[in-house]
Ligand binder design. Structure first.
Ligand SMILES: Cc1cc2nc3c(=O)[nH]c(=O)nc-3n(C[C@H](O)[C@H](O)[C@H](O)COP(=O)(O)OP(=O)(O)OC[C@H]3O[C@@H](n4cnc5c(N)ncnc54)[C@H](O)[C@@H]3O)c2cc1C
Ligand code: FES
Ligand code: FES
Length: 483
């Protein structure tokens, strides 16, 4: 396997070949400090405001994706093999504006203008969907772009106009990308300080074994903030986003298998096929920019007690595979979380796969996210509930919660209390949750609020499912007639 020591990507029609860079140099620093390309703004430097949004075209397997990402928390090395677009690159022939820019002018979508470059870039990426977007889609597209003065109506109107006329696809960049695309490994730096991007699992595991002190990362929607907000020294970075095995999504009749570096946005459709609640949850997770970069693997490996996906995955009975050069092991996801800040992962192990069983005929699922804002907010309480119902009784349940303990955790006492009960009978048993949890008490929510909410969310699931069961039972005779 060939190895390179310089990153290569396209920017403003020129091939950038950069060997000398700090592993933690961000795309935003590259733009503003190296290129004096100051159209891309810095607001929060933590992925929240979207002022720094840029668009990146990159291959993921056979697919070519154009994605809006937050330049402030993306490390420069992740651009290897891609094309980078900023607001200054949208200029057309002469004085002609790009359709997104023209629509923003027409609808008065900008006042002070600080958020405008980011908003334009989010809409630019959206135009590559190659179809008109409706208001709901545009609200999603812009959930990670904060505007303090214009108000969103004119901006959404501009988005509707722009996506109606602009019909680009990421495919138009395939030839440009193919000029720099290779299977070569990247290792920029030296033994003590480097940015590495292996392309296959065996090279990754070898590198991690040689450098167990290195920081692994995929979307950097956590790790990026360790640099910009916590000022942590991260001299050795290993990027997982080019390892082909970790990018795979495989679906069979019984399960879904996601590689350890599959982004939320790529996983969204596959999860939707499992249960529509999960797709809606992922739609609410972070913003478009965060979902394009952030991964389910990162959401698990960071060990956070308030990550959105672990409670859902635990309720579904998911397991994960951890691999090192010593071998591979698969464990139930719930066993991965040992205590706050401690997970069952050795320094040389990589989370390579997440295995999610599909719901069986007798299983019913619900998940709820409780946060201060509906979109783009961290959960106060997150729940995933899966009930196995036979002859009208709960024979098994998995009730998993985030925000209720130092780790994502199942309510095993309540699960035992629910066994053998009907969904309706179980409604009176939700107070058992106080025997399972002593919830966290912090700036997001008090312990009392968390406990009462958790009980109410469980009751809500039971009531909803019990009503569904009643309707299904009432329908049965008619179904039989039609059969
Ligand atoms: C603006 C913003 C909004 C957010 N909103 C939400 C939200 O609504 N809900 C939510 O749950 N989270 C949210 N997050 C947090 C974040 O998006 C998630 O935790 C995300 O899943 C992390 O994935 P990543 O690929 O970016 O991880 P990274 O930052 O790349 O890595 C996170 C951690 O996991 C480790 N790691 C990553 N992949 C692997 C692997 N395959 N094997 C071993 N270790 C690995 C890294 O070493 C690091 O310790 C938000 C973050 C931001 C910046
Ligand atoms: S500066 Fe706010 S998201 Fe990047
Ligand atoms: S135009 Fe001022 S913040 Fe949006």
């Amino acid at each position: 396997m060939t190895s390179r020591s310089a990153i290569r990507f396209w920017f403003r029609g020129e091939l950038q070949v950069i060997e000398d860079f700090q592993p933690t140099e961000t795309v935003l620093d590259f733009l503003r400090l190296r290129q004096s390309a100051c159209g891309t703004k810095e607001g929060c430097a933590e992925g929240d405001c979207g002022a720094c949004t840029v668009a990146v075209v990159r291959p993921v397997g056979e697919e070519l994706r154009i994605e809006a990402v937050n330049a402030c928390i993306q490390f420069l090395g992740t651009l290897d093999g891609s094309v980078l677009f900023t607001v200054e690159d949208l200029k057309m022939e002469g004085d002609e504006l790009h359709p997104v820019q023209a629509a923003m002018v027409k609808h008065h979508g900008s006042q002070c203008g600080f958020c405008t470059p980011g908003i334009v870039m989010s809409l630019f990426a959206q135009t590559h969907q190659n179809r008109p977007a409706d208001r709901a889609e545009l609200e999603d597209c812009l959930a990670g772009n904060l505007c303090r003065c214009t108000g969103y109506k004119p901006i959404l109107d501009a988005g509707i106009d722009a996506t109606a006329v602009a019909t680009d696809t990421a495919e138009i960049y395939r030839e440009t990308i193919s000029e720099i695309h290779d299977e070569g490994e990247l290792l920029a730096g030296d033994e003590g300080r480097f940015f590495a991007a292996p392309t296959c699992k065996s090279s990754l595991l070898k590198l991690v074994a040689e450098h167990p002190d290195a920081t692994l990362f995929s979307g950097a929607t956590d790790v990026g903030l360790w640099h910009t907000k916590l000022f942590r020294k991260l001299p050795k970075l290993i990027y997982l986003g080019r390892v082909k095995e970790l990018l795979a999504i495989d679906e069979s009749a019984h399960e879904l298998r996601l590689g350890g570096a599959v982004s939320y946005e790529r996983a969204r459709g596959a999860f939707g096929a499992l249960d529509s609640d999960i797709e809606e949850l992922i739609r609410r997770l972070g913003s478009t920019q965060v979902r394009n970069a952030g991964t389910i693997g990162g959401n698990i490996a960071n060990g956070s007690p308030i990550g959105d996906t672990p409670p859902i995955l635990i309720a579904l009975g998911a397991s994960i595979t951890l691999e090192s050069i010593r071998g591979a092991r698969t464990l139930p996801l719930e066993d991965f979380f040992i205590e706050y800040g401690k997970q069952d992962r050795a320094a040389d192990e990589v989370l390579t796969e997440i295995i999610v069983p599909k719901l069986s005929h007798s299983q019913r699922f619900r998940c709820f996210k409780l946060a201060k804002r509906y979109d783009q907010d961290i959960s106060s309480v997150m729940t995933g509930f899966c009930f196995t119902i036979e002859e009208g009784k709960i024979v098994e349940s998995k009730l998993a919660f985030g925000g209720m303990a130092g780790t994502p955790k199942r309510a095993t006492n309540t699960e035992a209390a629910l066994r053998g009960k009907t969904l309706e009978e179980a409604c009176s048993l939700v107070e058992n949750l106080s025997s399972d949890f002593v919830p966290m008490d912090d700036h997001r929510a008090s312990a009392d609020y968390r406990m009462i909410s958790a009980q109410n969310l469980l009751k809500k699931a039971l009531i909803e499912l019990s009503e569904e069961e009643k309707v299904a039972t009432r329908l049965k005779p008619r179904e039989a007639i039609h059969a």
